[in-house]
Structures are given as structure tokens and as C-alpha cells.
Design a protein. Sequence first.
Length: 139
Amino acid sequence: MVSYFFENTDFKLKNKIKIRNWLKFVAESEIFTLGDISIIFCSDNYILDINQRFLQHDYFTDIITFDYSEGRRISGDLFISVDSVRENAVEYGTEFSDELHRVIVHGILHLIGYDDHTDEEIKEMRAKENYYLSVFDLM
């Protein structure tokens, strides 16, 4: 089940059911099942606090993923800074909704097991993100 939460932001999410169905499709396409996923939309300051307290990182980021998956059932918390997503959309010249969906699927792909530390991993992650973004538009 996918649940949505909002912390320190007035952001309102559109297409909740479509996003939930899309994430189920992503998981099943990667031969995983979707467990309990909490997506917490928040401000830059809120995610900075999470980053400092739990990861000992002192910087802003667009997403922090906490993985509670077991076997092939993915579960976790995705903390998403709406402020950073807005800034990224401007920086990359894309629509806010497209960047938001990219960050959401990025977190899901981390739960599935994809990483983005090396150039090769980044390339694979971007390809997966792009593919699943194209699917979202068709759903």
C-alpha cells in the first residue's frame, strides 16, 4: 500500500491513485511486489533535519529513502523535498510534475536495489527512470 504524508509544506499531490498504480506496475515489472510505501512530502528544512539526524549529512537533497524491504517485497519511507524538486525542475528545464515523478520512481528503484554511486549505475538508473516516466504518461 502506498500512503502519502505532508510535513512542513502546503503542497497538494494530484493523481494519487494513478501514482499508486504506477508504482505497483514498476515493482511488478522488476519482479517485486509493492509492500508498505510511505511518501512524505516535505520542505527543504525538514529533509535537512532528517539528513542530519539519521544520516549525519549536512546538506539539502531532493529525496531520502529508508529501506524496510524484505525479500522481493519492497517497503520503505521516501522523504521528498518539494522545494528541491521545484528547484531541480527549473534547473533541468522540465515540468514540476515530471521532476516529482522522477524523484518518486528514483526512490522506488533504490528500494528495488538499483544504486547511483558509479557512472555505470547512474546511467542504468536514469534509463530506468526514463522508461518508467514514459509508462506513467500512458497510464
